[in-house]
Design a protein around this ligand. Structure first.
Ligand code: PMP
Length: 457
């Protein structure tokens, strides 16, 4: 069904969704859980085709640091167009690109910036992770790589191979070999059955032992890669002590450390970059999502000692997205000038405290966790058997029902994590105190309604 532009305004969600279902790939994902078509967006709000307004706590999967259509982003794009700047430049340079790199390097810890190189990638997070893998393989001459259970690094062959997500992998033959999965410090579902601080301590010990064991079965790795807060894996923050241990261990074993900040970068966790919480310096940092200020852009920043690859070793047509650099530069400046990371931290604390209040009243809320405005609520089945840590099992059906009840009440939330049972809060970083109160009020109502509905089904 073709949707005529002239009737767009009068059309309803259903008509667009039917058209989308008829013509788009069966791999489409978000519309299945969030069946709306979007007309307008501003700040934290979006309006669907039926005129309904929502709080957007998905925000482009954490992309929209400043929300939709922030005035500084729109103005930067307008200036670019009004000044006849090029929109597309491959990897040729421009004054704007120069300015973007200046600002980004000035935002990094000095020790990292001093010897940093940047590679513009093309322009998804997944492509920048691909570039990172190629870089470290080239620089070390090694092929095995250490990744973590529950990690998510993209949807291409190699990045999927590094990710936990089984859904994407199981039907695809020939993944990248030599990926070894290690236990992430997910204390609530502790991989060692211990929980609390023991989880990260045991994880560090296990990994150190593995690397010291000449017969571990793992060849010397070209890198270790992880997210400082696992996003798709269920909003799981790694303790800072563990992050420091990973840095110490990788340094002692001469293994490059790749930090994937595709989702956490640019203020989301309460610091400009999430690795700063631990005071470490990665060898390779991958950024995408928020760095393009709503538009597609990805970069890899790395220590120049790794810069041994040949001209053209990683290329791609769309590495010169000037509009994204303009939007990203405006976003980065705004985030720094307005102390947005500190605000994200404060709002994140408020959000977690409200959610912990709900947890007291609702046994189906098993765990509330996060860092800054990357927060997750793990939904559990209180009628299921307890695991060895005394926690109920995951409850994907209830999580999905809560998501639908939220949507009905004008709140867009993503569901992710193990067994699709974690409600993920990723609001724009400009969310206000009043909005957090309203969002948690809606969420609380949705939890009650969904629990009641499932208990009678
Ligand atoms: N790494 C992380 C941590 C991510 O969250 C994502 C996307 N959700 C990616 C990589 C892949 O980015 P993209 O979807 O732009 O390829």
């Amino acid at each position: 069904m073709m949707v005529e532009a002239s009737v767009m305004e009068q059309s309803k969600n259903k008509m667009y969704l039917e058209s989308q279902e008829a013509r788009e790939s069966s791999a489409r994902s978000y519309p299945r859980r969030l069946p709306i078509a979007i007309l307008e967006a501003e700040g934290i709000h979006i309006k669907d085709m039926d005129g309904k307004i929502y709080y957007d706590c998905l925000a482009g999967a954490g992309t929209l640091a400043l929300g939709h259509n922030h005035p500084v982003v729109i103005e930067a794009i307008r200036q670019l167009i009004d000044n006849k700047r090029p929109l597309h430049t491959l990897d040729l340079t421009t004054p704007l690109k120069e300015h973007f790199v200046d600002e980004l390097f000035a935002s990094l810890p000095e020790e990292f910036a001093r010897s940093a190189r940047i590679q513009f990638c093309g322009p998804t997070g997944g492509d920048a992770i691909e570039a990172a893998i190629k870089l470290v393989k080239t620089a070390t001459g090694r092929r095995s790589i250490l990744s973590f259970q529950g990690g998510y690094h993209g949807s291409t062959h190699a990045t999927m191979s590094l990710s936990g997500t089984p859904g994407q992998k199981e039907k695809v033959q020939g993944l990248m070999p030599d990926v070894h999965f290690l236990p992430y410090p997910y204390a609530y579902r502790c991989p060692f059955g211990a929980g609390g601080d023991q989880t990260h301590l045991l994880s560090s010990r296990y990994i150190e032992n593995l690397l010291n064991d000449p017969e571990s079965g793992i060849l010397p790795p070209c890198a270790m890669i992880f997210e400082v807060v696992q996003g798709e894996g269920g909003s799981i923050p790694a303790p800072v002590e563990w992050i420091r241990e990973m840095r110490r261990i990788t340094r002692e074993h001469n293994i490059p450390l790749i930090i994937d900040e595709v989702q956490t970068g640019i203020g989301r966790t309460g610091k400009l970059f999430a690795f700063e919480h631990a005071g470490i310096i990665p060898d390779v940092l991958v950024l995408s999502k928020a760095i393009g200020g709503s538009l597609p852009l990805s970069v890899m920043i790395y220590n120049d000692q790794l810069d041994v690859w040949k001209p053209g070793a990683h290329i791609g047509t769309f590495r010169g997205n000037q509009m994204a650099m303009a939007a990203g530069l405006a976003t980065l400046k705004y985030v720094k000038e307005n102390d947005i990371p500190a605000k994200a931290e404060e709002r994140g604390k408020q959000l977690m405290s409200r959610l912990n209040g709900l947890k007291e009243q609702a046994a189906c809320i098993g765990d509330v966790r996060g860092r800054g405005l990357m927060v997750g609520v793990e939904v559990v089945n209180e009628n299921g058997g307890l695991d060895q840590l005394g926690h109920y099992p995951a409850y994907p059906r209830l999580a999905s029902r809560i998501q639908q009840e939220c949507l009905k009440r004008g709140l867009i939330l993503e569901v992710g994590g193990r067994h699709s049972s974690v409600m993920r809060f990723l609001p724009p970083l400009i969310v206000t105190e009043e909005q957090i109160d309203d969002i948690t009020r809606i969420f609380g109502e949705a939890v009650l309604e969904a629990s009641a509905a499932l208990s009678v089904e």
